[in-house]
Design a protein around this ligand. Structure first.
Ligand SMILES: Cc1cc2nc3c(=O)[nH]c(=O)nc-3n(C[C@H](O)[C@H](O)[C@H](O)COP(=O)(O)OP(=O)(O)OC[C@H]3O[C@@H](n4cnc5c(N)ncnc54)[C@H](O)[C@@H]3O)c2cc1C
Length: 461
């Protein structure tokens, strides 16, 4: 078990631990804490620190805790927003699709579908009903112009080769199947027939968290504000570092230092800041390169249409990039779109919604593609942050090449929800030194940023 630290109120100084005497203190502290319901203190040492307890952090914790045999590693998830008010995971659209242009992206989502189908096995608790993440099995429909149709067909072949159940449909076939669709300017579309859809991210997060706590994972309400780093190899063979401890500040403003063996960056949109605290982008050589992940604001609008497309409506992505899907069964839909250029990126200062974006950009495109949407009533809207990888909008995963015990699981840029489960599994395979990897994600390591190589995904929504 980890030792516990004493806190120093209102004082920026962080004292290291006091050795064996601390263990005696721990017993009294725990008893007193229980007696007076004092809050639990932050452990002074642990094996694995996960920064961020959203879906990625919780999936990492789950797979490590679930696979290790004797709870040999203590796992601590540090989360500064335990209600997940601004976390990307809880503000997302909940979509999962197998239609990507990068093969690993297809494989990652297929892994998650399998996990969701077997959720009872992974996350079920004895004597409790199985977790219900409300998985709506409804495909994605990607529409294509005459210029893009051939490319789409090639990608569908690749997706099918990997086992995805996707089919190409001509515009006329689409019209027959979906009479509500205006096929002007459309040559063809690819439709997911099985395994795609949407689910409730918050329910999945809650189920993971509950299971993790049962497996001994500790969730700590605090903010990571720094690390201590030390050289791990003689300078003669090139500087290699390890993060020796994590500095965090709890909800009362008290600061703690926790020694650790490994740290995983699962801070979602704020991953770049955690990278910087670890030294990325602040020094020379490989450490001169920052982690290129920043928050980018995206909006979701919910509207009602009394005669809109029915129950078997796929999540439809128009040629303009605007998407919509059904939300429940009462004539409600949600929709959204990414800005068309960097200049149009909304300010990230707050999570205020831009209603003009809906009126001027989204609604006209939707009403053109689905004429029934001429008559809608906007009911609500919200905004959230994408964990946006400004380099190539794809996952960055694996140990940092120079800070060797610092693992990255970042930058999924709008498809992180469906990748979180596979990413969690992949990080667990790295931590537990697996012989083989379920999905080989080695191309997605940080080295590609150093080499200035990009992995570009055509299916960005
Ligand atoms: C509007 C919108 C729609 C989306 N739709 C989809 C979709 O349909 N399908 C899909 O696959 N993906 C979608 N995404 C993307 C997806 O939600 C994210 O990629 C994914 O949730 C990222 O998960 P995460 O755990 O990395 O990040 P988060 O859920 O943001 O978790 C990171 C956590 O780290 C914590 N944290 C940050 N800094 C610190 C610190 N210093 N100390 C302690 N804790 C810290 C934060 O509080 C946060 O809770 C969407 C995102 C948005 C915003």
């Amino acid at each position: 078990m980890a030792a516990f630290v004493t806190k120093w109120k209102g004082n920026e100084k962080i004292r290291p631990g006091a050795g064996k005497a601390r263990k005696m203190g721990k017993f009294f502290k725990e008893s007193i804490s229980k007696m007076f319901s004092l809050k639990e203190e932050i452990p002074r040492s642990t094996d694995l620190v996960i920064v961020g307890g959203g879906l990625v952090g919780s999936a990492v914790a789950f797979f490590v805790a679930h696979k290790q045999t004797n709870r040999e590693r203590e796992i601590m998830v540090i989360e500064r927003d335990p209600m997940y008010t601004t976390a990307s995971s809880s503000l997302s659209a909940g979509g999962i699709r197998h239609q990507f242009s990068v093969t690993e992206n297809v494989q990652m989502s297929m892994f998650t579908t399998k996990f969701l189908r077997n959720i009872k096995f992974f996350l079920g608790l004895i004597d409790q009903p199985p977790p219900d993440v409300q998985f709506n099995h409804q495909g994605y429909l990607f529409l294509a112009t005459p210029e893009k149709a051939e490319k789409l067909e090639e990608l569908v072949k690749m997706q099918k080769y990997l086992g995805a159940e996707v089919e190409m449909f001509s515009a006329e076939m689409l019209k027959q199947r979906f009479p509500w669709l205006n096929i002007d300017g459309i040559e063809a579309g690819s439709l997911g027939l099985n395994g795609e859809g949407w689910f409730d991210p918050h329910s999945l997060l809650a189920a993971l968290k509950q299971r993790n706590i049962g497996l001994g994972v500790r969730y700590i309400d605090a903010e990571v504000i720094g690390f201590t780093k030390k050289l791990s190899a003689p300078e003669t063979i090139g500087n290699q570092y390890v993060l020796a401890s994590v500095i965090s500040r709890d909800t009362d403003g008290d600061m703690f230092e926790t020694n650790c063996h490994q740290v995983v960056n699962c801070a979602g949109p704020w991953a770049g800041q955690i990278g910087e605290l670890a030294g990325m982008g602040t020094e020379t050589g490989a450490l001169s390169i920052p982690l290129p992940v920043v928050p980018r604001k995206r909006f979701i609008y919910a509207y009602h249409c009394h005669n809109g497309p029915g129950i078997s409506t796929p999540l439809t992505v128009d040629i303009t990039g605007t998407y919509f899907r059904r939300e429940g069964l009462g004539g409600m839909y949600i929709c959204g779109a990414s800005p068309e250029s960097e200049e149009e990126e909304p300010s990230i200062e707050n999570l205020d919604v831009d209603y003009e974006f809906f009126n001027e950009k989204i609604w006209p495109r939707l009403a053109h593609r689905i004429p029934a949407f001429e008559n809608i009533k906007l009911k609500s809207a919200w905004a959230g942050y994408y964990d946006y990888n400004v380099w190539d909008q794809n996952l960055i995963i694996g140990p940092h090449p120079v800070i060797t015990n610092f693992l990255l699981a970042n930058g999924m840029s709008g498809h992180g929800l469906q990748q979180s489960i596979c990413v969690g599994n992949a990080i667990s395979e790295m931590i537990l030194n697996a012989d083989t990897y379920t999905v080989d994600l080695s191309r997605f390591n940080f080295d590609r940023i150093i080499r200035r190589e990009k992995i570009l995904e055509d299916f960005i929504v």
